[in-house]
Design a protein around this ligand. Structure first.
Ligand code: SF4
Length: 485
């Protein structure tokens, strides 16, 4: 589909909004008309009696379809939002779809809600979401609940607080839907690379710890993520957690999450080492409790493995376990998804994160029309998850959205009271400096008194990380510079 934009500057937003209606299509902004292309949207802006008027016109030449909407921008209103609304109206008319997040295309709807609650109060903010942004009332309510939970956690951070992220970009096998730079440990290249990567990673943790001390930072939370950190051997896990303890002061650190992740990488010995090394929260991520789907998406473990590992983790002594579930996986349906969720609820983990499947260019799962046609079913799954989790005593405490998710839906972290991961909130709301180690990791530092963030990027691929490690360490000087050291 081609979008023509005439006299307005909202190309990126218009493109993202159009993708919510046509996720399986290439949506191009203002290219020369392409051969074979039959669908066009024109978003235009003009002045009538001194006021801007935004219009959207859709035409499908093959199907002989046409739709038109326009809106005069009210005093004090944002023309970009008016452009979004007219586009939403014409695309809703021709597709019959009403994406539940309305014209909101950003990653952090709860952050937008927080701003509006601060400006006008909760009820008016929710009304603004539904009336001005066309957000479904239940989603507006969800954003408001998450906003309040996030505020409570964010209020615990101070200006000198940091969190530490450590990335292990290796997995037991590659999931078909994965877009992350993660190598399967089964590949000869990863086998060769992993020891060298690990050695450099320990060095980076030490250097980062030294920077934290020199710059007077207080470490609040630690997240060991990936990839799959539990692909480390027990000895490596011990070495990593020992290095963290020796490099940082953990006096004020209230949380250390070790994303064990894949059941096929977790052993009792590793769990003991994680616990003794200070991890107080782990993730065991089934994604679905259906063997055939696990196999189809390339996860080398069974549902029974999930049960076994979970039982072992409890026996070892973990009292805060998160489990991830994905709505919209190929081969799943609402009834089966509900069964998966009920099985997970039967295990009684402290938190459950419900993701919606999102398609990425770098994943091997192809964004077919058939899979995106499951938007309504996926929405049903997400709604059911919300109802069952509420009933079971969980509350949503952080959320984010991804482009090209099935049904244009959200990912939500649900937790029992007091078991929330503060790191997830600090990271998602970008309200605290994050020191990051490992390939692809990004250190983020907030510029006081502004909404600006200074980012220091590590090399993305593990081989680059290893080969250019000296340059990467030199680059960390930017962190010292930021704090004036
Ligand atoms: S476990 Fe996670 S990071 Fe690893 S391949 Fe699967 S989706 Fe990607």
């Amino acid at each position: 589909m081609i979008i023509h934009l005439i006299s307005n500057n909202f190309a990126y937003e218009m493109q993202k909004l159009s993708m919510a209606f046509f996720p399986d299509r290439k949506v191009s902004v203002d290219p020369p008309e392409e051969a074979g292309e039959t669908q066009f949207v024109t978003v235009a802006s003009r002045e009538v009696d001194g006021r801007p008027v935004l219009s959207a016109e859709f035409r499908d030449e093959a199907e002989n379809l046409h739709a038109f909407a326009e809106e005069t921008v009210a005093e004090g209103d944002d023309p970009e939002l008016a452009a979004g609304r007219v586009l939403y109206r014409v695309l809703s008319e021709v597709t019959g779809l009403r994406p539940k997040w309305g014209i909101l295309t950003g990653v952090r709807p709860s952050k937008v809600m927080t701003k509006h609650i601060a400006d006008k109060g909760e009820e008016a903010a929710k009304r603004y979401f539904t009336e001005n942004l066309f957000v479904d009332p239940k989603k507006a309510e969800l954003a408001a609940v998450v906003s309040k939970a996030e505020q409570a956690i964010m209020s615990t951070t101070t200006e000198d607080s940091i969190s530490l992220y450590i990335g292990i970009p290796f997995c037991s096998s590659r999931c078909t839907y994965c877009s992350f730079v993660s190598e399967s440990i089964a590949s000869p290249r990863a086998k060769k690379l992993y020891p060298a990567y690990f050695e450099k990673l320990l060095e980076e943790v030490k250097v980062t710890g030294a920077i934290a001390k020199e710059t007077g930072r207080t470490l609040r939370t630690i997240y060991v993520g990936g990839g799959t950190p539990s692909t480390l051997t027990a000895d490596q896990t011990l070495a990593l957690l020992t290095t963290v303890r020796e490099s940082f002061s953990l006096k004020d650190c209230s949380e250390l999450t070790f994303e064990a992740g894949r059941a096929d990488s977790i052993t009792e010995e590793k769990l003991h080492v994680m616990l003794e090394g200070g991890a107080d929260r782990i993730s065991i991520n089934p994604q679905t409790m259906t063997d055939s789907i696990l196999e189809a998406v390339g996860r080398n473990h069974t549902v029974q493995d999930v049960y076994d590992v979970y039982e072992t983790a409890r026996k070892v002594g973990f009292s805060n376990i998160n489990m991830d579930l994905i709505a919209g996986l190929p081969g799943d349906d609402p009834q089966n998804f509900e069964r998966s969720l009920r099985e997970i609820l039967g295990l009684d983990p402290e938190s459950i994160t419900v993701h919606t499947l999102a398609y990425k260019r770098s994943s091997s799962l192809l964004p077919t029309k058939e899979l995106f046609a499951k938007g309504r079913e996926t929405s049903e799954m997400v709604d059911t998850a919300g109802e069952l989790l509420f009933e079971a005593g969980y509350a949503p405490y952080y959320m984010y959205r991804q482009t090209r998710s099935v049904g244009n839906l959200e990912n939500v972290g649900w937790s029992k009271p007091g078991c929330e991961s503060a790191y997830n909130v600090f990271m998602m709301e970008e309200c605290q400096d994050i020191f990051a180690c490992g390939a692809g990791a990004v250190t983020k530092m907030l510029v006081p008194g502004t909404t600006d963030i200074i980012r220091v990027f590590n090399y993305k691929y593990p081989y680059e990380y290893v080969d250019r490690f000296d340059t990467l360490l030199q680059n960390k000087q930017k962190v010292r510079d930021f704090y004036g050291k």
